[in-house]
Ligand binder design. Sequence first.
Ligand code: HEC
Ligand code: HEC
Length: 280
Amino acid sequence: MRTILTAGSFAVVALLAAPALADPDEDNLVINDELQMVTETAAPAHMEHVDTIYSGWRFRTDETQALQIDDFENPAMIFVDQGMDLFNSVDGTEGKSCASCHEDVAAFAGFHAEMPKVMNGKLVVMEDFINGHRARAMGAEPWKWSGPEMQAMVALIGLQSRGMPMNVKIDGDAAPYWEQGKEMYYTRYGQLELSCANCHEDSYGLMIRADHLSQGQINGFPTYRLKQAKLISRHNRFRGCIRDTRAETFAEGSDEFRALELYVASRSNGLSVETPAVRQ
Ligand code: HEC
Ligand code: HEC
């Protein structure tokens, strides 16, 4: 249960269009009539102020929800197809495509559900992995973080884990990064002095301007945003949210956003991977 309204939540209340509490709806997400998704579950033990976690899907309108129920309706699937073309395309000095070494993308099932994770002593998010791998395995140039090629590939790899529970590791060598991300989550940014938690922990369920505020989960990323008509990366979403507090923000691919991504992902642990989700 959310218990105390902090000073920050009063700032949120000041932004509200209609300050009515509207909890997540009761809808059940089954994709293509066969894949049952977990959109609501007990919060992971490390979350102190929340009992139940909900997918952002549960806060969307019926029209937006419908687009994610059937892959033929899901506008993100065009980009997944582009990811598949890239997967088969030779690039770089080694004359290789991803497919030269990986026969079947389905073999990546589970990989996305555990990202980000520490590899060789460094916190690695999916975009790092793809670019590092392209450089080493293919001799290919890095892709731009939020560019169409990168997000198409992240979506393709992510889709292989769809329906599996998010399961990022937060202890051991991940712990210092996780602590850093947690601290950021509770830091107030910008002229509005709002933290992620003020909106996504204290105030989810409320309407903020025209938006039904969710818990800010990242189990559906990259998501197709109807407003932008393209796939949006996790870091791009973080930037947008911080900018809304009228703050200077961190760069996509910054160490700060890597740590924040790990922490936010850990708040989704137990929800199904929905990649690629559809949001307003
Ligand atoms: C020269 C061979 C080669 C090429 C080209 C290559 N990979 Fe890999 N990849 C590997 C090897 C080797 C591994 C580590 C062993 C494994 O998990 O298969 C790996 C691991 C991976 C993994 C992690 C799998 C897991 O579960 O740990 C992913 C995801 C991946 N590659 C994606 C790609 C993508 C996307 C491309 C193209 C951009 C690509 N690879 C190109 C050889 C290659
Ligand atoms: C002023 C309130 C506010 C603050 C502060 C804020 N957000 Fe958001 N955020 C929103 C709104 C509004 C949306 C769109 C509606 C929704 O999905 O909740 C959103 C959406 C998101 C989403 C997409 C959820 C989905 O299901 O696709 C993520 C992830 C997210 N925020 C993370 C963050 C993080 C991390 C921070 C802190 C750096 C943050 N937000 C700060 C208001 C806020």
